[in-house]
Unconditional design. Structure first.
Length: 262
């Protein structure tokens, strides 16, 4: 029984069946890596507009950033974009001091229904694995070389993630407002990245998700690398991986929150 209990939370980060919410939703958030959206730009734009979300967080948006009537936009050349239907109070691009380390996130403080929140849109360095690199076959020598190639990519990227995560955590810990952290972490649940970035926060999928959390569908096996976390004063009342659209190699993830009424 104790062993089973120890594995409940790790499993719930992949597959979950949360109880029906008892609270009403105040804030709707979408996070979406639109990597191939440059080829389906109009379809992605139509989809995002149809969702009527309060805040949209995009990654790999080709540096152009969608612009919708009624939304304020904050964007970086790396394609990290936040769109808000509400008043943007302040914005900041998180620039690492280490040379050669890419911008991992942007922070935007937004006022929604008289309360202020800090949104952090995250895009950690990708590992850049092609399908052929992770597909093993019956050739032992070839598979051994593939594994060595994977390890060579893992180690330097992990080091970059450590620097990027430290920068993001400082912003979270120093925030004067409740925080929502979302984006493409390029890391699976139960990883170092997951534990570090979720520290002190709630995983919206674990709180309110149902079914599988798989968000990246370019490989044949299930992978969850997209997340929405929040301060504990903001309660997730729904979470959905929207598989009704296939506009990128990621599915959009949509969460709704009940704000702290205090």
């Amino acid at each position: 029984m104790l062993i089973g209990l120890a594995f409940i939370n790790p499993v719930k980060r992949w597959v979950n069946y949360a109880a029906e919410p008892k609270e009403n939703a105040d804030i709707k958030v979408i996070s979406f890596n639109t990597r191939t959206g440059i080829l389906k730009r109009s379809e992605v734009g139509d989809y995002l507009k149809s969702q009527n979300a309060d805040v949209i967080l995009l990654q790999e948006d080709a540096g152009k950033g969608y612009e919708f009537a009624g939304y304020e936009k904050v964007s970086t050349l790396r394609g990290i974009t936040i769109l808000s239907r509400h008043k943007v109070i302040s914005e900041k691009i998180l620039e690492p001091e280490q040379e050669g380390l890419k911008t991992p996130a942007i922070q935007v403080d937004i006022e929604i229904n008289g309360k202020k929140y800090r949104f952090i849109d995250v895009y950690l360095n990708p590992f850049k694995f092609g399908k052929e690199m992770v597909a093993l076959n019956g050739n032992t020598d070839a598979n051994e070389q593939k594994v060595k190639g994977i390890i060579k990519r893992l180690i330097p990227t992990f080091k970059k993630h450590q620097e990027q995560i430290e920068l993001i955590k400082q912003v979270v810990e120093n925030s004067p407002y409740p925080v929502i952290v979302a984006g493409d972490f390029n890391s699976v649940p139960n990883s170092y990245e997951y534990y570090q970035l979720s520290e002190g926060l709630e995983d919206a999928f674990v709180t309110a998700g149902k079914g599988s959390a798989t968000s990246f569908h370019d490989y044949k096996f299930p992978i969850r690398i997209d997340y929405i976390f929040s301060s504990k004063s903001i309660h997730a009342v729904s979470y959905k991986v929207d598989r009704s659209v296939s506009l990128s190699d990621h599915y959009p993830i949509v969460a709704e929150f009940s704000a702290d009424k205090k």
